[in-house]
Design a protein around this ligand. Structure first.
Ligand code: 2P0
Length: 324
């Protein structure tokens, strides 16, 4: 048996995924388009070990019980015919369960490392439906972290494909981290609640393909103002859909809107910057890499410097170390 270490960057959805058509297979009701980021990464080592009686998982130095980790390992074991339990150790460059998408980078890094440690070919994994199934079951947004740059996840078969490689467009994404605790409602529960109770859910799903199409066209033309506009529209439609749930589901805080206002003001001054929010209060800002210093300065008026994170388009999940 071998040991393998993988690294995967977080990804931020520009056109959002929210809602499932098949919760057991974790298949979405809508496709999505995201940007995989450098710098904000999870690094995970997996070693299958005949001496272990159960799987061991250590996250940021602390032992944890996590059923989703065991599920991913079980999936890889079943495919590879491996019987041994595994020792898994993982380091997150982003706060866990804070709405900063560490579950996506974590699942992508874990599955990639486990796949290689079990002796399967990591280069072929992204085209293997069995691999995509187990990654998606771990986290619906995780397949997008398997590829670098701008990535689309299709809703029918759960396949991922790259729309623009990481070196293909000089973009930046800044994150204003507004809280440090865990998110108040897990995405899985929030999606089920929204689908079950929001009268805006059906229109959200019906309008979604037009946002995907507009984003694809903007990316193909490298048209940042158009992509930024679609991104803001998609996040606002997703949050509107949640706000209309019963009872309402609201991830935004007052400061979330203060940051969004500041970004709109910056744009009115001629700097191309656009906001997006996920299942948490934080605000992510998309801009040209050359404008990142100005966006950072704007965010600095509202957020302490340590709570401003920054990434560039980064590579997909990859093996960074292997051994016996
Ligand atoms: C996204 N989010 O497209 C959307 C926008 C949050 C808001 O994907 O239940 O942890 O595992 O499929 O992948 C939430 O993330 O949800 C998510 P599950 P997941 O990024």
């Amino acid at each position: 048996m071998r040991r393998a270490t993988a690294e995967a960057g977080i990804n931020i959805a520009l056109v959002k995924y929210w809602g499932k058509r098949d919760p057991a297979a974790n298949l979405p009701d809508v496709g999505s388009i995201s940007l995989t980021l450098s710098d904000l990464v999870t690094r995970t080592t997996v070693r299958f070990d005949p001496a272990l009686e159960r799987d061991r998982f250590v996250l940021d130095g602390l032992p944890r019980d996590d059923a989703r980790v065991v599920e991913v390992l079980d999936g890889v074991r079943a495919i590879a015919g491996v019987l041994h339990r595994a020792a898994v150790s993982s380091r997150n460059g982003v706060p866990t369960a804070s709405g900063l998408a560490s579950s996506a980078s974590g699942t992508a890094a874990l599955a990639t490392a486990a796949w290689a440690a079990a002796g399967l070919d990591p280069a072929a994994a992204v085209d293997d439906p069995r691999f995509l199934d187990l990654v998606r079951k771990g986290s619906g947004s995780a397949p997008r972290s398997l590829l670098g740059g701008l990535v689309e996840l299709d809703k029918e078969r759960g396949r991922v494909h790259q729309l623009c490689p990481e070196g293909g467009w000089d973009l930046a994404m800044l994150v204003a981290r507004l809280t440090k605790g865990p998110k108040k409602t897990l995405s899985r529960q929030g999606m089920a609640h929204t689908k079950a109770t929001s009268p805006y859910y059906a229109p959200w799903v019906a309008e979604h393909p037009a946002d995907l199409e507009a984003a694809r066209a903007a990316i193909a033309a490298r048209d940042l103002p158009l992509l930024g506009a679609v991104m803001e529209r998609s996040t606002c439609r997703m949050h509107a859909c949640m706000l209309a749930a019963d009872p309402p589901l609201r991830y935004w805080r007052g400061r979330t809107l203060d940051v969004a206002d500041a970004i709109e003001d910056l744009r009115a001054q001629g700097v191309g910057a656009w906001y997006t929010m996920d299942a948490g209060p934080h605000v992510k800002v998309l801009c040209a890499a050359a404008d990142a210093p100005q966006v950072r300065e704007t965010l600095s008026a509202l957020v302490p410097p340590d709570d401003i994170l920054e990434g560039r388009p980064g590579p997909g999940a990859r093996i960074v170390g292997e051994g016996p």
